[in-house]
Each structure stands twice: as C-alpha cells, then as structure tokens.
Design a protein around this ligand. Structure first.
Ligand code: ATP
Ligand code: MG
Length: 284
C-alpha cells in the first residue's frame, strides 16, 4: 500500500519479501517540529510510510529534509505534532530497546569500555541478560561482524569501519524489533563504505532484521534498500515510494542507471506545492 500523499511509482516487480497483513512499523501522517526561541521549524510535513518485518526500508532525501528527525521520532525521542507512529499497532510514546539507532558518528561507543563490554553493557543495563549471558551474546555478535579478535580492544584502537561494526553488533545483540541507521557509513571512505554495505546485506541475509536506513546517497539507497521512501527537500514530505529489491551490490547496468536518474528526478523535481515557510510561523 503506498503511503498517503505520496506519488506512487509503478513497478512491475512484486514486493519482496512477501508482505504480511499488518505492518510492523507505521508512520502515519507525521509532522515534526522544533521550537526555537523565536520560531517553529517544521522538519517533516505529514509523512506516511509502513515498514514490514524483515524489510530494508530506506529514507532518502537531501540534507535538512528531516531524515534524522524522523528517526528520532521513531526512536521515541521526539513526539509528532500531528499524526502517529505505531509499532505493532501500538503508539510509540518514548524510547525503548525495541528500536535502536546506529549513528554516523564514530564516537558513539563509550571509550573507557572494551569492545566486548560495549556490546554487553546495554544487555545487562536493560535487564535483558545477566552478565555472563551478555558476554556470550557479545562474543556471538562480534563474531558475526568479524571482530571476534578485537573483543578486548578499546574503541580508540579501531578504525572507523570497525567502530561502526561494533555499533551494529551492539544494536543487533539487543534484538530490536527495528534497527534504525542514520547515515551509518557516510563518514567512511568509499571502499570501506562499499565493504560495510556488503557486510550489512550479508548480515541481513542471515538474520533478517527489520531495517530503517537513512541516507542521502541515491546509489546507497538502491543497493541497501528493498524499498525506498523519497522525501522532498525541507520540510520533508513523502514524494514517492520505490521498490528497489531488484538492485544489489552487483548492479551497474542500464536498469540501475535508469533507476538512479528516475530517483534523482524525484528528489529534485520542484513541482510540488510549498508548505508554509518556517519564518512565517511564529511560536506562540
Ligand atoms: N535541534 C534542532 N532545533 C531546531 N531545528 C532543528 C534541530 N534539528 C534539526 N533542525 C532542523 O530540522 C530540519 C531537519 O533536520 P534533520 O537533521 O532531520 O535533517 P536531515 O535530513 O537529517 O539532514 P542531513 O542529511 O544533513 O543529516 C532542518 O531544517 C534542521 O535545520
Ligand atoms: Mg541527518
């Protein structure tokens, strides 16, 4: 079902993986605002989309269109001024271990904890596992991201890509209902980014977690996503949804280039009526 208010881009290929009746995550007409001392900033305007179990849903849009703000709201750190976000049919009211975020920044790991303790700590702190089980689970997930040998290292001894792997292991060890990733590979060099995309897709193939992945890269969106929500520039509105499961790391042919051009057109096409400007909307 296309999101409300979105232009639907017709695709002839069936959705993959097969849809279940009820979506896991529903973002339903969500507007998000920031209140600064002298004005309201509308970050997103009536955005709707649904994410089903084991989907890789990508939010794609230009800088400032509200991607991170949407993730914050899904994470429960910001409440919509309009609309509702539901997980398993229940409204999201605050943060919870069922929705974890991996950020772009390399400094998201406490530097005084070893790699193993970084992964184990949230399990213990949230009461999900006792200390011994937490360490076993940490070892399991560090192995999955190829860092078993670095369990006793400290974050400053790791490369940027390795730190992101730890952050991914830490999040997946908690077995969240939805993994939220905010441009997790944007600060990496092109080769490492490519390798991280490969590893993320291999991990998804094995674990089949549900992913909401934010990027402003068209190619990254097509490669990582099974479905893409294209947002308009500030304030973000859902402009289109695109099925992208047919594309992968090996994609480079004419169909892939055509998809890039089509998404580029959707991102930058200005033929959409404006939302009232922020500056005109004074705070009460
Ligand atoms: N704390 C804040 N206070 C006021 N305005 C904010 C705040 N955070 C973000 N904004 C504004 O909200 C809008 C959306 O910001 P957001 O960070 O969600 O964009 P984004 O799509 O993630 O951009 P980028 O690709 O650069 O990360 C922008 O206009 C931004 O200036
Ligand atoms: Mg952002």
């Amino acid at each position: 079902m296309p999101s409300r208010g979105a232009e639907t881009v017709a695709t002839v290929t069936p959705l993959h993986p097969p849809r279940e009746a009820a979506p896991l995550l529903e973002v339903d007409g969500v507007s998000l605002e920031y209140r600064t001392p002298d004005r309201l900033v509308r970050a997103t305007h009536q955005v709707s989309f649904e994410v089903h179990r084991a989907e890789r849903f990508v939010l794609l849009g230009a800088s400032g269109c509200g991607k991170s703000t949407l993730l914050k709201a899904i994470g429960g750190f910001l409440s919509p001024v309009e609309g509702e976000i539901r997980l398993d049919g229940r409204p999201v009211r605050g943060p919870g271990p069922d929705r974890l975020v991996v950020f772009q920044e390399f400094d998201q790991l406490p530097p005084w904890k070893t790699v193993r303790d970084n992964v184990a700590f949230p399990l213990v702190a949230s009461g999900t596992a006792a200390r011994r089980e937490a360490r076993e689970r940490a070892a399991h997930w560090l192995d999955k991201v190829g860092l078993a040998r670095f369990a006793d290292a400290y974050p400053h001894q790791l490369s940027g890509g390795m730190k992101q792997r730890v952050a991914i292991a830490r999040a997946l060890a908690m077995q969240p209902r939805v993994l939220l990733m905010d441009e997790p590979f944007a600060a990496l060099d092109a080769l490492t980014r490519r390798r991280m995309q490969e590893e993320l897709l291999a991990l998804w193939d094995e674990v089949r977690f549900t992913l909401v992945f934010v990027t402003h890269g068209i190619e990254e969106a097509l490669v990582v996503g099974s479905r893409i929500g294209v947002l308009s520039p500030h304030p973000g509105r859902m402009r289109a949804e695109i099925n992208s499961h047919e594309f992968g790391l090996a994609s480079e042919g004419a169909a892939f280039q055509a998809a890039i051009r089509r998404v580029h057109g959707l991102l930058f096409d200005q033929a959409i009526e404006p939302v009232p400007a922020d500056a005109a909307r004074r705070t009460a």
